[in-house]
Design a protein around this ligand. Structure first.
Ligand SMILES: [Zn+2]
Length: 431
């Protein structure tokens, strides 16, 4: 819990302010803060954008940075990824799991991502991954809010792992996961949702399920998830991750589904980087994009967040845990290039996942946690365009990462021009 005075910040709404953090909490956000004690350390944001930290509401810390072990996913498909993970699982070692997850957490901090909801596989022969991730969560608790989801990767009923899942929750895993579309039948998928939601209700936990991650227009487990949410009174406490089958559903059915999701106040977590590469693999041309209907769900006032899902693992060979890359992909795939639509994409990696993850004291208002990121950008749209330097990453008033501003020196006819691609470099008529 530290004190810090951050001068000359730009807020998302264009307001220029100073931000004072005392004892780890935001004590003041005003245009000119005077009378700050000289004992409080001071930094100058030089007019760059201040935002609350990025949040990744869907990730797999137990699989991350394992790309190529024991072999590469040649087809690039979800199913080969799942079977590759099945090959890797029996040989996993506690120390390797911890080392890879800790590496990833350092990348997250450097990118200003200070909240991660990670699914952890509980369908193996033991709970090694759970134990390793609980260790990482504890080790990083002062730096990153890590939520763990008990995730039956091979299917709750299909792999008979209910006991493991309950044991993982007993050990301190926070959230009940699921993967109904991977059960043997639609009926079994619905049965798994019923069992899992009842566990969450009994234990007072949140729910976040991998749901309908396929191109099958008839995969409609989200319908069962909304039904169980309403039946058990879990409104606002349940999230559906992926929901890609929705891309392929007919419009009439979607018009029935949306009000059901609104009634249950379901959180939606799309994973655009991963699903744009995994979906549509059985199509020739035209190829479906396979991302859930983010624009319609945002317009339908559902909470929509974007997750990174994977970084260099059996399902995805790329990534650096940059949530701006995620939001940028969603914006492109979802045709969300309107001004407000782009801003919504930014909120889907900041404000909206905070609501889905039920994080307390998140934001840049007085009284919130003293957590913020200074981006080398003038506004959120420029941040999406440039994926700029994270000049300062601040947690509870302490600088935990810093990066130099990016710029190039371009030489033309003996003259040197500084290029940073920012609107700050030239006069610009604001839209
Ligand atoms: Zn996932």
């Amino acid at each position: 819990m530290s004190d810090l005075f951050v001068k000359n910040c730009m807020l998302e709404n264009g307001e220029k302010v100073d931000i004072l953090i005392l004892k780890g909490k935001i004590a003041d956000v005003s245009p000119f803060i005077h009378g700050v004690s000289e004992s409080v350390p001071e930094i100058d944001a030089e007019g760059w954008l201040a935002i609350p930290p990025f949040l990744d509401s869907h990730f797999h810390l137990d699989a991350t940075l394992s790309y190529g072990i024991p072999r590469i996913n040649q087809s690039g498909t979800l199913l080969e990824g799942i079977s590759l993970w099945g090959e890797l699982k029996p040989s996993l070692k506690y120390d390797d799991l911890v080392e890879r997850a800790e590496n990833l957490c350092r990348w997250s901090i450097a990118k200003g991502t200070l909240g991660i909801r990670s699914h952890v596989d509980v369908s193996g022969k033991d709970l090694l991954g759970v134990e390793a991730m609980l260790h990482v969560k504890e080790k990083f608790k002062d730096l990153i809010d890590i939520q763990l989801v008990a995730f039956p990767q091979d299917g709750l009923l299909r792999s008979n792992c209910l006991e493991n899942l309950n044991n993982a929750l007993d050990l301190g895993v926070d959230i009940v996961g699921g993967i109904p579309h991977f059960e043997r039948t639609m009926v079994q998928g619905a049965e798994s949702i019923k069992i899992l939601c009842e566990i969450a209700e009994k234990r007072g936990l949140l729910v976040d399920m991998h749901c309908d991650e396929s191109d099958d227009p008839m995969s409609r487990q989200i319908e069962s998830l909304t039904y169980e949410t309403v039946r058990l009174g879990l409104h606002g406490r349940v999230a559906g991750s992926h929901l890609t089958s929705m891309h392929s559903m007919d419009n009439y059915y979607f018009s029935k589904l949306l009000p059901l999701m609104q009634e249950a106040n379901i959180g939606v977590i799309a994973n655009p980087l991963i699903n744009i590469t995994l979906q549509g693999r059985h199509d020739s041309y035209p190829k479906r994009r396979g991302m859930t209907r983010i624009k319609e769900q945002i317009n339908g006032r559902l909470k929509v967040a974007f997750g990174h899902d994977c970084v260099m693992d059996p399902w995805y060979p790329l990534g650096s845990h940059d949530m701006l890359e995620v939001a940028s992909m969603a914006l492109h795939v979802g045709h969300m290039t309107g001004q407000n639509e782009m801003k919504e994409c930014f909120r889907a990696v900041t404000q909206y996942p905070a609501e889905i993850m039920c994080l307390d004291n998140y934001g840049l208002q007085k009284g919130c946690n003293g957590d913020l990121v200074i981006l080398q950008a003038t506004d959120t749209i420029e941040a999406l365009r440039l994926k700029p330097s994270r000049l300062f990453v601040i947690r509870r008033g302490k600088i935990i990462s810093s990066e130099e501003p990016k710029s190039s020196n371009v030489l033309i006819n003996g003259e040197t021009y500084k290029v940073s691609f920012s609107k700050k470099d030239f006069s610009w008529t604001q839209v």
